[in-house]
Design a protein around this ligand. Sequence first.
Ligand code: ATP
Ligand code: IP8
Length: 263
Amino acid sequence: MTGDGAGPDSDPEPPVVLKLGGSLITEKDRPETIDDDALVAACDAVANALADGAVERLVVVHGGGSFGHHHASEHGVSTTAGTDDADAVMDIHGAMAALNRAVLDRLHERDVPAVPVHPLSLTARPEGADGDLDLPISSTATLLGEGFVPVLHGDGVATADAGVTVVSGDELVVELAVGLGARRVGVCSTVPGVLDDGGEVISSIDSFDAVADALGASDATDVSGGMAAKVRELLALEAPAHVFGAAGLEPFLRGEDAGTRID
Ligand SMILES: Nc1ncnc2c1ncn2[C@@H]1O[C@H](COP(=O)(O)OP(=O)(O)OP(=O)(O)O)[C@@H](O)[C@H]1O
Ligand SMILES: C=C(C)CCOP(=O)(O)O
């Protein structure tokens, strides 16, 4: 494959990194249940944006929803608490791989050249659960250059002195955006944006403290921190990030503002 057609003298366009939230593509309160209507609509939007050239290079990350979070919670595993039980790791990773397969299938049905990148096989926290994530970028970058759409997902991650902990899709989004020099970052969830105390969408956020009181965890089973963790992660980025709901996906992919802008 020859990538997106960029010649040797022209730099390829920086990629867009898009997270499809687990609360969007699954029914988060029902273990291992996909919200197929929502997944299909999201995959349609992605396929259309690639087909009409609104986005040239795209990395997709999806969250855990009722797949990863359910199993992680049952085994007492989170982004900070690990396990040394291989069965627990397989439950969590196996559920995420199954959800990843479903996302890939839906993208393939729309002729999107999506391929999986499984973080458990790639990432580590070499300094322990409180340490930085090591995510080698070369596999994803090379797949992108060859014209694929890499699809990563929240997963287990090898963690020094803790066994395997959880790496959230939000954390992966940030690492990918930095490592790939992303143009824009989008996080599509069930909420239309980050909501203030009155339930209204906050149009833009540039400081955690200014919105901290409104930010909570997820309403559903969630081992990675919900909206508060999301905003904290995205504020660390140089690229503009947007948090939006299903209705914001198409506008975001067209390059428009959607939901809450975080920068
Ligand atoms: N101020 C807020 N604005 C919007 N959502 C909030 C806020 N505070 C808490 N939340 C919760 O955060 C949830 C979204 O975070 P969550 O991590 O569940 O989404 P996701 O990324 O789609 O899912 P996953 O983590 O499974 O990928 C919302 O459903 C809501 O319950
Ligand atoms: C719970 C697991 C394994 C993945 C968590 O990823 P997230 O839903 O993006 O926070």
